[in-house]
Design a protein around this ligand. Structure first.
Ligand SMILES: [Zn+2]
Length: 149
């Protein structure tokens, strides 16, 4: 099975909006909004790479929350709300509604960014991740996957 189908930017955007696996953009990454699948049901890509892997998703979560806040603030400003009411509404939205909406998207974004290798800095851990990724694609050396602990 070919894991890396050439995907257009629009296809990736649709996959992201539909919370699809960043490896194949076909399988659902989430069973429901707060329960992530361990493996992609389509290509068996392992989403969680171990303890602390999703700490980095806080960066994408923060970025998404900021984007949502700015969009909500702009809408309320356009509707004529007072600045303090806008601050209160945005704070409430970010604290109460944001995590449930942003959480799954932040994880899909994080897996995608990490998988693409944009953040790799050449340390051993990242090199291992990259080697495993290449082995999954069939481009690595002979079976250099890590054994399950
Ligand atoms: Zn997949």
């Amino acid at each position: 099975m070919a894991l890396d189908v050439q995907m257009t930017a629009m296809g990736k955007a649709k996959g992201l909006l539909r919370l699809r696996c960043p490896a194949c953009w076909q399988g659902a990454m989430f069973a429901h909004p707060l329960k992530m699948n361990e493996l992609c049901p389509h290509c068996n890509y392992q989403f969680d790479k171990g303890n602390g892997y999703f700490v980095g998703a806080m960066y994408s979560s923060y970025t998404l929350s900021l984007g949502v806040s700015v969009a909500v603030a702009a809408l309320l400003w356009w509707l004529g709300w007072s600045p303090w009411a806008i601050v209160a509404a945005c704070s409430a939205a970010v604290v109460l509604v944001g995590p449930a909406l942003v959480f799954p998207y932040s994880r899909v974004l994080w897996v995608w960014v990490e998988r693409e290798g944009w953040l790799h800095d050449g340390t051993e851990d990242n090199a291992t991740l990259r080697r495993n990724y290449l082995a999954q694609r069939g481009e690595g050396g002979p079976s250099d996957k890590q054994p399950k602990a």
